[in-house]
Design a binder for this molecule. Sequence first.
Ligand code: GRF
Length: 221
Amino acid sequence: MVEAGRRFVLGPALHCRRAQLRRPDIDIAVLASGSGTNLQALIDTPAVRPHIALVASDQPGAGSLTRAEAAGIPTLVLRWGEFDGRDPYCAALADAVEESGAKGVVLAGFMRILSPVFLDRFPDRVLNIHPSLLPAFPGSRAVQSALEHGVRTTGLTIHFVDEEVDHGPIVDQVVVPVEPGDTVESLHARIQVEEHRAYPRVVEAFVNGRLVVEGRTVRWL
Ligand code: GRF
């Protein structure tokens, strides 16, 4: 460290070491089937927005596409039914992501399971956000399952995607208490408030090459 007046600044040697540890910045494709409130939180984050090269969806009418278009981000619709199964779909999607220049992928409510045909093209480079504290309540009905189970706290998990559903190395988790009288809608709404804070923070670190996967552990640089 070098003292400059009353402030401390990073010396050149430390700057250099940090740059070596960090991976280079990357652009991302965001995949979103639904209304896209998490996508909107990413668009509204100045450190993330310039890194979004593509927004793709399997749903032609998805709100996420409207949000991307309004922000001037290229969009793509790949309809599930137009492909002969999961692997051809995943191959076409991976081709489109690569063509956009994106080196990483951020799932934001993407309701299709990605096979190894896709994941092997982006190793440790696909992030997902899930509305429960994994490994509790994986799957598409996470909020309802947590309520039905009677848990007192639930929350959200941001993780890298591997071949098992809602399973890969965990980057971040936020706890959300269940309130008396909660419905699926009221609980999901409070989880989403936290999602919109947590996902931009994680995705910013991701595009800046500051997340390193080591087995099941994710190290933040
Ligand atoms: C989020 O709650 C996320 O946890 C789950 O899908 C939902 C997407 O919501 N994977 P939105 O489309 O971002 O509003």
